[in-house]
Design a binder for this molecule. Sequence first.
Ligand code: FES
Length: 94
Amino acid sequence: MLHKCIYSINTNTLEVFVDKNATILDALIKRKLYVKKACINGACGICLMQLTSGDIDYDGRIPRGLNNQEISQGYILPCIAKCKNNITLEQRNK
Ligand code: FES
């Protein structure tokens, strides 16, 4: 099953389809989009993006790279996040 991810970076917006078993980061890379990344396990926080609609799941993993303020502002870590439904994501500077 694929979920649609509307991904915005700067002034560009595009659709990316994310398999329910894949991380959002994997889908963005597969689409040949450049995404900042380092640890790929939710620890460093460098891949941070803001979820503006829809739901994600970390499959029991802990997003250690996010602080409480970032979580309350809707930021997620796409390197460990999977889509639960169609989502909208924005990459922008905090
Ligand atoms: S790459 Fe480190 S938290 Fe995503």
